[in-house]
Design a protein around this ligand. Sequence first.
Ligand SMILES: *Cc1c(COP(=O)(O)O)cnc(C)c1O
Length: 366
Amino acid sequence: MTSKQFTPTVELNPHSRTPDELDVILANPGFGNFFTDHMFLAKWTPDEGWAYPRIVPYGPLTLDPATAVLHYAQEIFEGLKAYAHEDGSVWLFRPEANAERMQRSSQRLALPELPTDWFVGSIKALIEADLAWVPRGDEKSLYIRPFMFASERFLGVRPSQHVTYGVIASPAAAYFPQGLKPVSIWLSTEYARAGAGGTGAAKCGGNYASSLLPQQEATAHGCAQVAFLDSSEQRWVEELGGMNLFFVQSDGSIVTPSLSGSILEGITRDSIITLAGDLGHEVVERRVSIDEWRSGTADGTITEVFACGTAAVVTPIASLKWDGGEAVSGDGEAGKITTEIRSALVDIQYGRATDRHGWMRPVQPA
Ligand SMILES: *Cc1c(COP(=O)(O)O)cnc(C)c1O
């Protein structure tokens, strides 16, 4: 079924925040606390394909209690940011990569694929309606959350014949306003995030649901996040609950776990592989064992460890803790190469460095 041409209708919110209310929110947005005045919605059915693209006032969705997603978790999402540049223009970073990843997630979750022009168009339409919500300065951003779910009212187990796609947006503060602060990570030895043949490579809510219990364990041990190993051998480092991992070695080369089929292919990960190469580092994608992480930080072969993802960009990892031990990397400060790579990426995103790879897409001119 081919989808209709992308021409969204716009219903403006009569109760949009006033400029004064918006100033208060944007001064201290935090993360995921406030939502813009509008949202984007579209629906899919086998007969019509993708249809009814529309910008409407932000507000609750009314769902029948038998809506399939509430029972069988047929749901996927994406995450990306809009960045305001010094000259006032607003930009997206590699949105087509998010569109293509959402299409791959759709395949795994038996959801219909949203065409790339609908995906990028829906985000641009929402930002145009809520342009005043893109924070200016201080490395703030507008976090954009596209999502898709089974909205058919039906309790039988099969792919939903009615699917809803939406986009909401939330202003986000800089993740480390006081400079990069290394965190501790908890090694989960009891739980896996994803297994071979499972949904680990898809960006779906179910992966996050299963990571919440180990995340509680991490918090109880004073750690910010959980590191997961492969589920069959419990030997190979996969990723954190929502971020990919990198290891800087003493010879300046950088290693990241190769995509195993159960690792989520981060767009930040992919961009860092390219940028680290530009900066003269050899980057190797290969399996990394948990023993290598432990012994490498102990004997100095591994000098820096960091995690990466859209929300926090780059997070330095000071130590890995587990039941009965700890592997400390670095001196408690963000490493030199970690900092260098983070700057190279955010300088492109905020328009302070030349976009040599053609990653930025304008939403609104200055
Ligand atoms: C979204 C996500 C990432 C990071 O992906 P980015 O595209 O870099 O934001 C990493 N791991 C998991 C499990 C994720 O869901």
